[in-house]
Each structure stands twice: as C-alpha cells, then as structure tokens.
Write a protein that binds this ligand. Structure first.
Ligand code: COA
Length: 324
C-alpha cells in the first residue's frame, strides 16, 4: 500500500534541565511553567551531543529494531532546524557516522512539522522506488538556538532525536495518507534568524541573533485551529472515524494546546500519547521520539490506526494517518 515503518529509535541527551534550574536563569517558577505548559523537565545537549550524533544513535536503534544494516540504506532525511552547521546537512553527517555509504542524504526545514513532511516525502519516494530503504530522522539541539534570557521561550524547548526505518510494502499496512499545509504570511509569529549576513546589503537590521522568537498567544490559537482542521479534513478524505483511531501522537508542544485539541476533536484522552512533561518541545524530533516510546511500550499493534499531527514555525502544519 505504501511506506511502512520497520523500526523506531530515539536518543536523548544525558543532562536533565528542570524548571527549578530555569528559576535560576530567568524570572519564572516551576508552578508557572507546569500550569502553563505541562513541562517539568527537558534535556540539554552537552559536549559530543550535537544533533547529528543524537540522530545517529537514534538511527542505529531504529535500524537494529528493523534488522536493517547501514549499508542497506538508500536515502537519509533529517528534519531539523538546529544542526551544528548549515552545510553540510545534518543528514550528511549522519551518513558519515553510520557508514551508510550508498545512501544520499539531505535535510528538511519545516520546523516542528519537519518529520511529518518527511513522512509524506518518503511515502511518495518509496511508491516509485519500491526496492529502497529509507532512514527518516527528526533531530534537534534547540538549546543552541534558545535565548536563555527570554522567559517566553527558554522554558519550552528541549533537545533530542527520533528515527524510523521505512520500506515499501503491498497490503494494508503503511502510510494511509497525509494532509500538509504552510502559511508563510504568518512567519513573524514564530521564527529564528540565520547567522548574520556577510553581504552588507543583506544585513537584517533587526537580527538579534540566531534564536527563537515567538508570539506565544497567537501561536497557541493557530496551532489548535490548524491541527484540528488538518485532522478532520484527513479523516473525512480517508473515510476514517475518530473512534477507529487506536493511538494519536501529536507534536509535543504544550499540554494546554494538546488538551484543547483533544477536547475539540472528541478523541478519548487515553488514546493520546503525551511525554511533553519530560522532554518539552523538541520540534522536529518530538513525534519520532514519542513514536519510539509508544512503540517500545507496546502501545502499537499490527493494523492499529495511528494518527500523528504537528504545527510549527512557517507556519507549517499537518496530519498523517498510518496503519501500523
Ligand atoms: N514565567 C513567568 N511568567 C511568565 C513567563 C514565564 N516563563 N513567560 C511569560 N510570563 C508572563 C508574561 O510576561 C505575562 O506577564 P504580564 O501579564 O505581567 O505581562 C504573563 O506571564 C502572561 O503572558 P502570556 O504570554 O500571555 O502567557 P500565556 O498564558 O499565553 O502563556 C505560553 C505563555 C508561551 C506558555 C503560551 O502562550 C503558549 O503555550 N503558546 C504556544 C507556544 C508554543 O507551543 N510554541 C511552539 C509551537 S510549535
């Protein structure tokens, strides 16, 4: 039918950064952060834990589960907005780390929706290249792109990576469909500058540095509305009822966004996988990390219907439906 996931893996940095640790950096409190976001801790990369290294470990774990060796991988895609270099891509570093010699590799920049965009791309790729195997990874070190003096943003984000190995299969299992969107006109509600320009004509006068800036309340409203719309449209198109969903893995942005989305969709809370309390918002890595946790906890069985959705800077958003 399409691309199926053969194995999942994830990797989180060692260091745990608690809300109490943040109280020492900015004027905030554990109580405020928990009540507004549901986040208690997040992980922060230390030396040797660049995005490509987290990505490579996550990939190795996914390949181990899949029973696929690095030499069998044909394509590596990394969804990221926080690789340690702009060029080469994070994916090329992963290819080198794994020794995946015959794979071609590139990154996707679609912020928190990057993994979802990647799933769609891989599904389409595998439908025409049916003998190939693909490694799709979401990897972030957002701690390197956070203004640690800005309490509006530094409480939200975390580091980590998640990976899946995919191949094409006939039959019922696989990616059933996806529904993706972008709206560049709303870019200034959630964004991050690049490194300062070397061309004086292209210097952005209001570039304060390469870290995240956000209008939290606006992002909140758009996130709920956009993910709800993408999901309802997808389910209607695929003729799937909300009741037949076995598990929903939403982008782990914030517990209040998720609660609102879940109540508007009318899906049972017990069917929604949430780990934002442990890792915060890991952008493109959040869905594959959660997917790996859910998978290893035995929450996914063959033929289960899995719903994933995300929303991020751009704006970028969407939903996908998978038959496990
Ligand atoms: N600790 C304590 N107080 C804080 C704070 C913090 N970390 N951050 C902001 N505040 C303060 C504000 O300064 C403001 O104070 P004021 O009333 O004196 O001006 C007050 O809390 C309310 O700020 P506001 O921004 O309106 O709070 P909020 O209820 O909207 O919660 C967010 C802020 C960021 C948690 C919320 O808007 C949100 O979750 N937005 C979505 C963010 C997101 O998920 N982005 C990524 C999407 S992929």
């Amino acid at each position: 039918m399409g691309a199926i996931i053969l194995g999942t893996g994830s990797c989180l940095p060692e260091k745990v950064l608690s809300n109490h640790d943040l109280e020492k950096l900015v004027d905030t409190s554990d109580e405020w952060i928990q009540s507004r976001t549901g986040i208690s801790t997040r992980r922060q990369s230390g030396k040797g834990e660049e995005a490509y290294r987290l990505a490579s470990v996550a990939a190795q774990r996914a390949m181990e589960m899949a029973g696929v060796s690095a030499g069998e991988i044909d394509l590596i895609i990394v969804a990221t907005i926080s690789s340690h270099m702009t060029m080469p891509s994070c994916a090329c570093f992963v290819q080198k780390e794994l020794g995946a010699d015959r794979a071609f590799a590139y990154d996707i920049n679609a912020a928190c929706a990057g993994f979802l965009y990647g799933l769609d791309t891989v599904d389409k790729y595998l439908r025409s290249e049916r003998e190939k195997k693909v490694l799709l990874i979401g990897a972030e070190t957002l701690s390197s792109r956070t203004n640690w003096e800005d309490r509006n943003t530094c409480i939200l984000f975390g580091d980590g990576a998640g990976a899946v190995v995919l191949e094409y299969r006939d039959g019922k299992q696989g990616i059933v469909g996806s529904n993706l969107f972008s709206d560049g006109s709303l870019w200034n509600l959630l964004y991050m500058h690049s490194a300062p320009s070397c061309n004086p004509d292209l210097v952005q006068p209001d570039n304060p540095g390469s870290f995240m800036l956000m209008e939290g309340r606006e992002v909140f409203k758009h996130a709920v509305k956009c993910m709800e719309g993408a999901i309802l449209e997808l389910l209607a198109r695929e003729n799937v009822s909300m009741d037949s969903i076995t598990l929903m893995i939403p982008h782990q942005a914030n517990i209040r966004i998720l609660n609102k989305l879940v109540s508007r969709l009318g899906i049972e809370k017990e069917k929604v996988f949430i780990n934002v309390q442990k890792y915060g918002n890991t952008s493109a890595a959040s869905i594959p990390i959660a997917l790996d946790e859910a998978n290893r906890a035995g929450k996914l069985q063959p033929d289960d219907l899995l719903l994933v959705c995300s929303f991020g800077g751009g704006f970028t958003w969407g939903a996908a439906l998978l038959s496990w």
